[in-house]
Every structure is written in C-alpha cells, then in structure tokens.
Design a protein around this ligand. Structure first.
Ligand code: URA
Length: 194
C-alpha cells in the first residue's frame, strides 16, 4: 500500500507539472479524480467546468450533482467508483477539448487507468467516447451497450449535462447506470444490493 501511495503521489505530481497542451496555462487546477484511487467502476467525463476548475475536483457542479444522485440511487459507495475526465484542465469557455488536447492528455489517463484497475468503465458523452475509441459516436446507437475489451467492460452513456438540458433525458442515463451496477454484480466486483 505504501508503494501504491508513493506511486499515486508521483502520478499526481506528474499531472500537475504537465504542460503537454495549451490548457494548463488558462486553468486554475489540474483536475485528477474523485472517489477511490482503486475502484471497480471508472467514470470518464469530458473536461473540468468552472466549478471543477476552481475546486480541483471532477464533477462537483450541477452535472456532478446529477451523477451523484444516480450513483446513490444504485447504492454505490464513495470507494466503488473513480471519477475523472478525458482532459484534466478546463478548456476556455467550457468548449470541448480538441483532438490534440485529448491526445496530449491520454498518456496520463492511461497511467491512471493502470493504477485504478477498474472492471467496468462508463464513458459519459461523445467526447469521452471519442477519447477512448478515436471515432465520433452516434450516441443513440452506442449508448447502453457493453463492449468487452481485454477483460473489462466499457459502456457509453449520455453526459449528465444532457439530462440537465431536458429532464426526459435522465431516463436513459439512469437505465445505463442500472446496467453498470448489474454488470459489476454479475462479475463479482460489487455485492448484490439488498
Ligand atoms: N463535465 C465533465 O465532463 N466533467 C466534469 O468534471 C464536470 C462537468
């Protein structure tokens, strides 16, 4: 565990020192994760927004509140998930990170993934999908389906901000989170809910 702590601190320092793209210069914080440092579920969003940049914590604004409610409704504890983003620094005016910025951030995300060792990955929104698979998704086609890769399971769902724009969009995200919980139970990564 001491080894892991040291490795993790080193990783965080590396993230904070990173200048591989232009976003760091305009960001207040490098936003790395919240939740467990090792967890069966890794949730990947797009990039920090204003609140996340101020606090240095991913998904701590309105989208984060919605995500948190979903996690709570399926009984996830704080160490059951690890929440992060495709890009660790806030893009100006909350624009999407560019393909170059995503590419620049990817080695850090890969390192993070190796340490977190998730069993299931939930990609929130098309930017997260693109960052992972390198192609633009048609969200209604890809969402809610597991892709199995090297022994782990990847699910894509809509970004929580999509549900904030229209509450009826909450249902598909809710359903997808239910499938994620069921998969984690099926593979024995989390106990069945009472
Ligand atoms: N949206 C994201 O994609 N990530 C955050 O951390 C906050 C909002």
């Amino acid at each position: 565990m001491e080894d892991f702590d040291a490795k993790w601190s080193e990783f965080e320092n590396k993230c904070r020192a990173c200048n591989n793209c232009g976003l760091r210069a305009g960001a207040q914080n490098v936003v790395i994760y919240r939740g467990g440092r090792q967890a069966p579920l890794m949730i990947v969003g797009e990039a920090p927004g204003e609140q996340e940049d101020i606090k240095g914590i991913p998904f701590c604004g309105r989208s984060g509140q919605l995500l948190q409610n979903l996690l709570a409704s399926y009984g996830f504890g704080d160490n059951d998930y690890h929440i992060c983003n495709i890009a660790k620094c806030r893009p100006p005016q909350n624009r999407r990170p560019t393909p170059d910025e995503i590419r620049a951030c990817k080695p850090l995300l890969a390192e993070q993934f190796m340490m977190v060792r998730p069993k299931v990955i939930l990609l929130c929104g098309s930017t997260a999908y693109e960052g992972f698979f390198g192609t633009k998704p048609v969200m209604r086609d890809v969402r809610g389906k597991f892709i199995e890769k090297n022994g782990y399971y990847i699910m894509t769902t809509y970004h929580p901000a999509f549900a904030l724009r229209n509450p009826k969009n909450k249902m598909p995200i809710y359903e997808d989170m239910g499938k994620v919980r069921a998969k984690l139970e099926e593979i024995g990564a989390l106990p069945p809910l009472e």
